[in-house]
Design a protein around this ligand. Structure first.
Ligand code: ADP
Ligand code: XUL
Length: 525
């Protein structure tokens, strides 16, 4: 075992399946990825998802596409020169909230896979629901209201599970499957989150859900760390059997399945550590600590922060912390991130980030009192759709220039981050720091606005792939059970990109209050 010092992390994200192998020093040795739309075109996904023809709020992904992606990913790692024999442990991560429905008998098939065949050839009949609902789905408003009612209101549900009912959360999703697909529900043996589905593939057994990703279901009591029986019952019958007991996020679940040993030459001593949700894996990958707010500017924009106590919030989520079992994490998720920035870029500049940046930099901080909110798809925070523009005096149909439009978009997105993060008790100014990741963190002009609105310096990490790296670090942490801070102390520190201007508190403190009032009014209409 002493020679086997590498760690494999896997990330089943919305658009691709990624892997990274790190050495004992956590430096990246190998990387590979499978992009669903282009590598597996037969599934006809867009951005890894399928939007229902009749109900645009109903959004899924084919589970067998993900299985096929594993077959390709393993081959790509071999082409990249990976030596699986040296891997001491594996962990993974995945887009949160989506659910996988294992048909009766699937566990048995998974335990007895033939290493001469691909996974997808053997698992094709294992799923009672072929297309898994994913986090982009917002078709369960009815089930959400029913769940909140059963809990005694949204606040009560948030006290127990860390979140009021959200459409994409797995409890309401399972409830909808039970109500609308009873036949499929009745032949379901087990239900996995996408992260625990990843664990199951490597373990060769249907694996438990971890506390971190389990907190994205509206079913887990985040203080007691067990399923809430009344909430399970409110969603569907027999859920305790179908979900099984959840486990701490860094649990070593035992040796890898013999399928991987025989087919890919993994050591039989290689262990599998529980997989978790992508935002939690990012928290690990970024080595997040108090005073830091990590902001990912990707397909969706998310913000995550470390919490010592499970603060009660109605907008946003409190999740169990994947590193420290006594701590928590606060999460905000905004659906209209990069794709909305691309839309405004295209209407204002014919598709150039460079011109977009010039426009952004040519307007003053505070944008002459103009504020814009842009939601191409149903936003989560706040639950609104459409474009809303406000001048100093009230709502307007159009802004006076492209510059104002561009700044209104970016400032509006940053104001939302600040307002909802403040609700978690996060204090901006006086030592707060922002760690930016994701595609748009390459854009300095956007990061400067972020620094100004949030009144904090903005840093970036050398490698922006924080979720998949977090999974690889978790493999080592879970296997060796060492001190986390000592383990990651070998990694380089984040690099500062910009500081806020000195006048920003005077400009943006009142603007955040205006943003809050605007949203309150819009939600009332
Ligand atoms: P994912 O959520 O799929 O992991 P990424 O974090 O890779 O997404 O981000 C992809 C997005 O990054 C693209 O949709 C693109 O709009 C955005 N992006 C890339 N470069 C820039 C840039 N210079 N300025 C702003 N946005 C950018
Ligand atoms: C978080 C959320 C998304 C997904 C996809 O609540 O819905 O960030 O995890 O990455």
């Amino acid at each position: 075992m002493s020679k086997k010092k590498n760690y494999l992390g896997v990330d089943l994200s919305t658009q691709q399946l990624k892997a990274v192998i790190v050495g004992d020093d956590l430096k990246v040795l190998h990387e590979a990825a499978v992009i669903y739309d282009t590598d597996l075109p037969e599934f006809r996904t867009q951005g890894g998802a399928i939007i229902d023809k009749f109900d645009p709020n109903y959004i899924t992904a084919p589970v067998i596409m993900w299985v096929k992606a594993f077959d390709i990913l393993m081959d790509r790692l071999i082409v990249d020169g990976a030596d699986f024999e040296k891997i001491a442990a594996i962990s993974g991560t995945a887009q949160q909230h989506g659910s996988v429905y294992w048909q009766k008998g699937a566990g048995n098939i998974l335990e007895n896979l033939d290493s001469m065949q691909f996974l997808h050839e053997q698992l094709s009949h294992c799923f009672s629901i072929a297309n898994s609902p994913i986090w982009m789905d917002s078709s369960t408003t009815e089930q959400c209201r029913a769940l909140e009612l059963s809990a005694g209101g949204s606040q009560k549900l948030a006290e127990i599970t860390g979140s009021r009912a959200y459409e994409r959360f797995t409890g309401p999703q399972i409830s909808k499957i039970f109500q609308t697909r009873l036949d499929a529900f009745l032949i379901t043996e087990r239900i996995s989150l996408i992260s625990s589905f990843v664990t199951s593939i490597f373990l060769g057994k249907i694996a438990p859900i971890d506390f971190g990703d389990g907190s994205g279901m509206n079913l887990l009591d985040i203080k007691l760390k067990t399923w809430s029986q009344p909430l399970l019952d409110a969603c569907a019958p027999d859920l305790k059997e179908k979900l099984q007991e959840p486990v701490p996020s860094n649990t070593d679940l035992g040796p890898i399945s013999k399928y991987f040993v025989e087919r890919y030459n993994f050591s039989p001593e290689c262990h599998v550590v529980a997989c978790t949700g992508d935002n939690l894996a990012s928290l690990i990958g970024l080595r997040l600590r108090e005073n830091w707010l990590a902001i990912s500017l990707g397909t969706s924009d998310t913000a995550i922060l470390w919490l010592n106590e499970p603060k009660l919030v109605l907008d946003g989520h409190v999740l169990c912390n994947p590193i420290d079992k006594d701590a928590y994490a606060g999460l905000l998720c905004f659906k209209n991130g990069s794709l909305t920035r691309e839309r405004i870029r295209n209407t204002c500049t014919e598709g150039s980030w460079a011109i977009f940046d010039n426009l952004l930099e040519s307007t003053p901080r505070g944008n002459f009192g103009n504020i814009g909110l842009y939601y191409d798809v149903n936003e989560i925070l706040p639950f609104l759709k459409g474009d809303y523009r406000f001048s100093k005096t009230g709502r307007v149909h159009k802004f006076s220039s492209l510059e104002v439009e561009v700044r209104a978009l970016i400032e509006g997105q940053c104001l939302a981050m600040r307002a909802y993060a403040e609700d978690f008790g996060f204090k901006f100014g006086n030592g707060s720091k922002i760690l930016a990741t994701g595609g748009a963190s390459n854009n300095k002009a956007i990061l400067q606005v972020l620094a100004d609105v949030l009144n904090s310096p903005v840093y970036v990490q050398e490698d922006a792939n924080s979720a998949v790296l977090g999974a690889a670090y978790q493999a080592k942490y879970g296997l060796l059970n060492v001190n986390f801070d000592d383990m990651v102390s070998v990694l380089p520190q984040p690099v500062k990109i910009c500081d806020p201007y000195p006048d920003v508190a005077d400009i943006y403190d009142p603007m955040v209050e205006r943003y809050r009032n605007i949203v309150k009014d819009l939600l009332r209409q």
